[in-house]
Design a protein around this ligand. Structure first.
Ligand SMILES: [Ca+2]
Length: 280
């Protein structure tokens, strides 16, 4: 998916921008009531605009600038990271200096995508073809495969479910043992379906998702799919990137024990610990 048109950036930015401009919001008109009807129907409630957050950089760490980051998680003091393109890989990465401590490469036919760690297993996706891989979390030895329909983009998990994004507005829920789909939810922003949900992270009851090719992360209520907040990370990477359409924000990791939030991007030379600033 690194080859798609960057015009999609403008599409999402436009969607967010539209929501910021009340006059431009096109409400669906309620059907006109017959003239004889005494009590007019109440106007349809407009979905409220979710709060928008900024950020502060707390720490900056090195990140492999050749890592086309697809999935990122914090586990037991280090990062687990999956990368795309060819060869794709799954990695164990030291926080402090970005050193790749261990790496396994996928067969050249696969384009790596999202990652999540469940118990002693790492699960990773591939973009097209429905091939999922299971890895030993300590050794990165291959430990199995699984399959799914459609595309694979992002992965995370809550207490009982693996959560998968596929580029559409749908988040799928999988059984963590069988990796079979058990349900799904459609993600909406102000009542409209929101697609291009990419890297995921489950944080304190919410699913956070990078919107592909944008500087936005959305906060999703997984029970309803409603976007309850938008984080604007514009300007976080001061360095120039080789290819602005491809080298985009992607990678969210949450250190639950210490409540630290990390973000990076594809081929970014830096990884950031950030904290959110007040909603605007
Ligand atoms: Ca993640």
């Amino acid at each position: 998916m690194d080859l798609r048109a960057s015009r999609l950036v403008a599409a999402f930015a436009g969607l967010i921008g539209l929501a910021l401009a009340p006059a431009a919001y096109a409400q669906t008109a309620a059907p006109a009531a017959p003239a004889a009807q005494a009590a007019p129907a109440a106007p349809a409630a407009r979905p409220s605009r979710p709060p928008r957050y900024g950020y502060e950089v707390v720490n900056v760490f090195p990140h492999d600038p050749t890592a086309f980051t697809q999935g990122l998680e914090f586990h037991d003091g280090l990062f687990l990271e999956s990368t795309g393109r060819h060869p794709s890989s799954v990695r164990r990465v030291r926080l402090e200096d970005g050193e790749v401590l261990a790496k396994r490469e996928l067969d050249m036919q696969f384009f790596g995508e999202g990652l999540t760690a469940v118990g002693d297993r790492i699960l990773t996706l591939t973009w097209q073809g429905g091939h999922g891989f299971v890895w030993n979390i300590d050794t990165l030895e291959p430990a199995g495969t699984f399959s799914y329909s459609g595309e694979g983009w992002g992965l995370t998990h809550d207490e009982t479910r693996v959560i998968l994004s596929d580029g559409t507005p749908t988040l799928r829920f999988l059984d963590p043992d069988t990796l079979q789909q058990t349900g799904s939810v459609e993600v909406t922003y102000m009542g409209r379906p929101l697609d291009r949900l990419n890297e995921l992270e489950f944080i304190e009851g919410e699913v956070w998702a990078n919107i592909w090719q944008t500087d936005f992360i959305v906060r999703i209520d997984p029970s309803t799919g409603v976007v309850t907040g938008v984080i604007d990370l514009s300007g976080i990477l001061p360095d120039p990137v080789h290819n602005p359409a491809d080298d985009v924000l992607n990678g969210i990791a949450w250190d639950a024990a210490n409540k630290r939030l990390f973000v990076t991007g594809k081929n970014w030379p830096k990884l950031f610990e950030i904290r959110l600033t007040e909603a605007r």
